[in-house]
Design a protein around this ligand. Structure first.
Ligand code: FES
Length: 153
């Protein structure tokens, strides 16, 4: 059994920036190989910064809180800096997550990275190799789920 701290619960009950951006510059998704949950991010980019960000998740309380806090962590950071945000940074910003819930914060960081991948590739900008490989892996896994009849966000 585990307990969430008050900050996690507060972000879970009042998540920031939930929703979609209709004319997003980048959309990204991440599927957890661990639990099968999914998070999707939408971003608007200006220069090398994210000026608007929204997310949705089909996941647990920790994944909702992680997405929520990550939308706050990206403020005033460059895309390069955002790509360096780790699941541990997200968990730390939430004041900690139970050990068995750390993987939930990866949904947020990797979905946001995938949205940055989408933005960079659509605009003919250089995509870091690691980001590209991660995207290809997610794409295959999502296709597999769609083929099995899953309805994804
Ligand atoms: Fe799947 Fe938390 S258990 S995201």
């Amino acid at each position: 059994m585990f307990m969430y701290n008050p900050k996690v619960l507060e972000h879970y009950h009042n998540p920031r920036n939930i929703g979609e951006i209709e004319d997003a510059d980048g959309v990204g998704v991440y599927l957890s190989g661990f639990c099968g949950d999914i998070t999707k991010f939408w971003i608007k980019v200006q220069g090398d910064k994210i000026i608007d960000v929204k997310f949705k998740t089909q996941g647990c309380a920790a994944s909702i809180a992680s997405g929520s806090i990550l939308t706050e962590l990206v403020k005033d950071k460059t895309l390069e800096e955002i790509l360096r945000i780790t699941k541990e940074d997200v968990a730390g910003a939430l004041g900690g997550l139970p050990e068995q819930k750390i993987h939930c914060s990866l949904l947020a960081t990797d979905a946001l990275c995938d949205a940055i991948y989408d933005y960079l590739s659509k605009n003919g900008l250089q995509v870091p190799k690691e980001l590209s490989e991660k995207h290809d892996k997610i794409k295959l896994e999502l296709q597999r789920l769609k083929d099995m009849g899953y309805i994804l966000i």
